[in-house]
Design a protein around this ligand. Structure first.
Ligand code: NDP
Ligand code: BG6
Length: 507
């Protein structure tokens, strides 16, 4: 029963209270916790991982006995590391009291090693943890957060996996960031390397799954028959999932050029949104015992099984002018797409013939992520559209056609209006009275609670790569050239014609 689970659903302050009361009764919350952020000196750690841990701390959602250790190769003392974190946790980033910040920083420690496969360094760090008189490490749960580039995932996991179990006897969980491989084969190889950890201990994180409007998609459909009854090929003409960013690679070119926009955004973030839009709704999010069931992930895999691989004829690839000038990009002849629009299909009874267009681009004219569901029109009236905006302003807008006020009688003229509902918190600015909306914070809490539904299952991952791998290989093998587009524009100039063609061809 969805309504019983206010922790995932509601926006108001009472939801927060209920989230805390849920958590307070859970077994993990009574036990000590050690979080180890591997790659703690990096960008993700300072921008997302630590601020999220801090948010959970402020809301009283970390166990009373918690320690957070950072590990990386860069040499730093505990104090230097706290100074490094400080600017990312101060007011402006996260409104807070200085006392809370000081207390949180005192939970943060740091250890460096020669590499991410440095057995001795990890053993020394764990030794320090267990040696602390004030902390009952033996009984602790441990969370390893891998905030490192994918090329060091394997050696890190292999080393940590081999660490003596005697150190801590609680549950050991691993958070692994995207990208999970570059194609089907490399994804499979990564998964094979992680096998020893056990599926239930691996949390493959895609932060889009915890954006409030993305989490809301299933509820919107379940709870509103006027949407769900129209959510099929009889009524829907096309579904367009857009991701636009108004900036380029910003010094991340070294990574980006190896992966491109398809691997960076479409294969994971946008595909996950598509799966939630297209899946058959599970009858419940919870099994008969009231525990979280795997029904969501199963429903998503069933969509993937009906998705044929995307073909080059259904792709528009672009690269913004100036991309190659990024000094972190070594290959100046790179054909790396920074923009892609791809048409895919879901060959299920519900969606047969409906084009799903996934579109993502860097250096475009605006910042927006949304889902536009266009309905078939009822002649002679125009189509209706439902737009679910994920960001920057989570909301849902439906068009409604009406007779123009004061218009002549006996005509079929219509005017189109928008019905918009806002899905953001409009209460006080005080952080403690706000619900937890930050996707990373929500996902970290899910990991601590052992809730897997919002993480990507290994079979789902492999299947999702199968949809993209043939296209990715063809782009590389045949050196397919992207169309250039101006920085800050709406994408390649052929975009409008491509979009029309992708939708028209199927009508
Ligand atoms: P960074 O490049 O900042 O790397 C993190 C740390 O790893 C660095 O501080 C460095 O620490 C170490 N490191 C960097 N390159 C290498 C290398 N070639 N070999 C060994 N160690 C290296 O990465 P991010 O923090 O940006 O990303 C971490 C992970 O999170 C990646 O998988 C990324 O794809 C993913 N991610 C990142 C996002 C972001 O916003 N940054 C968003 C979504 C996912 P040291 O030298 O001290 O060891
Ligand atoms: C990351 C990508 O996964 O998501 C980035 O690597 C992208 O390239 C980012 O900018 C977008 O996330 P958000 O939450 O800002 O929409």
């Amino acid at each position: 029963d969805v309504s019983n689970n206010a922790d995932n659903m509601a926006l108001d302050a009472s939801a927060k209270t209920s989230l805390q009361s849920f958590v307070a009764t859970e077994e993990w919350f009574q036990k000590p916790l050690v979080v180890v952020v591997i790659g703690a000196s990096g960008d993700l750690a300072r921008k997302k991982t630590y601020p999220s841990l801090f948010e959970l701390y402020q809301h009283g959602l970390l166990p009373k006995e918690t320690m957070i250790w950072g590990y990386a190769r860069t040499a730093k003392t505990h104090l230097e590391f706290r100074d490094h974190l400080h600017p990312h946790l101060t007011p402006g980033q996260i409104p807070t009291s200085s006392k809370k910040l000081k207390d949180f920083l005192e939970l943060c420690y740091y250890h460096n090693g020669k590499s991410y496969g440095d057995n001795e360094a990890y053993a020394a760090m764990l030794g320090e943890i267990t040696g602390m008189d004030t902390f009952n490490a033996k009984d602790a749960n441990v969370l390893y957060y891998l905030a490192i580039p994918p090329n060091v995932f394997a050696e890190t996991v292999a080393t940590l996996e081999g660490m003596p179990n005697a150190v801590v006897q609680g549950k050991t969980r691993f958070v692994i960031e995207k990208p999970f491989g570059r194609d089907t084969a490399s994804c499979q190889a990564l998964l094979d390397g992680f096998k020893g950890l056990g599926e239930e201990m691996q949390f493959r994180l895609d932060h889009y799954l915890a954006k409030p409007m993305v989490e809301n998609l299933a509820t919107l459909r379940m709870a509103n028959p006027f949407l769900e009854n129209m959510w099929n090929h009889e009524h829907v003409e096309s579904v367009h999932i857009r991701f636009k960013e108004p900036f380029g690679t910003q010094g991340r070119g070294g990574y980006f050029d190896q992966y491109n926009i398809i691997r960076d955004v479409l294969q994971n973030h946008l595909l996950q949104v598509l799966l939630l839009v297209a899946m058959e709704l599970p009858s419940s999010l919870f099994d008969s015992a009231g525990d979280e069931s795997d029904s969501f992930r199963q429903a998503k895999i069933e969509v993937l099984e009906r998705m044929p691989p995307i073909v080059l004829e259904d792709a528009l690839l672009g690269q913004y002018d100036g991309y190659k000038d990024d000094p972190t990009i070594k290959n100046k002849d790179t054909n790396c797409p920074t923009y892609a629009a791809l048409r895919c299909f879901v060959n299920s009874k519900r969606w047969k013939g409906v084009p799903f267009i996934l579109e993502a681009g860097k250096a475009l004219d605006q910042k927006v992520v949304d889902v536009q569901v266009k309905f078939k029109n009822r002649h002679p009236f125009p189509s209706n559209m439902v737009t679910i905006e994920v960001q920057p302003k989570p909301s849902m807008t439906m068009t409604a056609h009406m007779k123009p006020l004061g218009g002549a009688s006996g005509t079929m003229d219509v005017t189109t209006t928008n019905l918009t509902t806002d899905y953001s918190f409009d209460g006080s600015d005080d952080i403690l009275s706000k619900p937890i909306e930050n996707a990373y914070s929500r996902l970290l809490l899910d990991v601590l609670r052992g809730h897997q539904n919002n993480f990507v299952r290994s079979d789902e991952l492999v299947r999702s790569w199968e949809v993209f791998t043939p296209l990715l290989h063809q782009i590389e093998r045949d050196n397919i050239q992207p169309v250039m587009y101006e920085y800050g524009s709406s994408g390649p100039s052929s975009r409008p014609a491509f979009m029309d063609e992708m939708v028209q061809a199927n009508m």
